[in-house]
Design a protein around this ligand. Structure first.
Ligand SMILES: [Zn+2]
Ligand SMILES: [Zn+2]
Length: 166
């Protein structure tokens, strides 16, 4: 199964109005199974199962926006970094699934400053507490990899987000 040429639709949770991430499971041969699992972002602990609804059917200003890096609710900028893939490996380093974060990344003013300066260490230090109180090496490596992928996929330009909710 190959999704090239057919963008996977962005989904928003119908319960909490948060943009959802996607996981694409792979079969034994490492090929995508064609299944798409939508779930809350890694650093969001939700008390409910996600209810995927097409983002296009939501009013943008009703979507529950947080900074996609540090989870601050004060979103000031939106960046476009499409096509990021996170590959999860099993113990034999065989890919078992692929995760795709959202294409549109929200950032608060502080994270945006780090992004503008390509300060990946600063961004990492600010983002890590959102993933839990005591991040282990594995988690740090994962978040660092995620940010690297973000910088790699980042397209020029950014959008001012109005409507501060803090
Ligand atoms: Zn939800
Ligand atoms: Zn932030």
């Amino acid at each position: 199964m190959n999704f090239e040429g057919t963008p996977i639709p962005s989904m928003v949770c119908g319960t909490c109005s948060r943009p959802l991430w996607r996981t694409l499971p792979k079969d034994d041969s490492g090929a995508l199974t064609g299944e798409i699992i939508y779930h809350h972002p890694l650093h969001i602990e939700a008390d409910h199962e996600p209810v995927p609804q097409p983002r296009a059917e939501h009013y943008e200003d009703q979507i529950n926006q947080v900074c996609d890096f540090c989870t601050s609710r004060s979103v000031k900028w939106r960046y476009r970094a499409p096509g990021i893939q996170i590959h999860a490996l099993d113990h034999d380093d065989q890919p078992i699934q692929e995760q795709q974060p959202t294409d549109e990344w929200n950032a608060c003013e502080v994270c945006a400053k780090y992004i503008q300066h390509r300060n990946s260490e600063g961004l990492l230090r600010r983002a890590l507490p959102a993933f839990g109180p005591d991040p282990d090496e594995f988690l740090i490596a994962m978040v660092r990899g995620l940010h690297q992928a973000f910088f790699h996929a980042l397209q020029p330009g950014r959008t001012r987000v109005t409507g501060d909710r803090t």
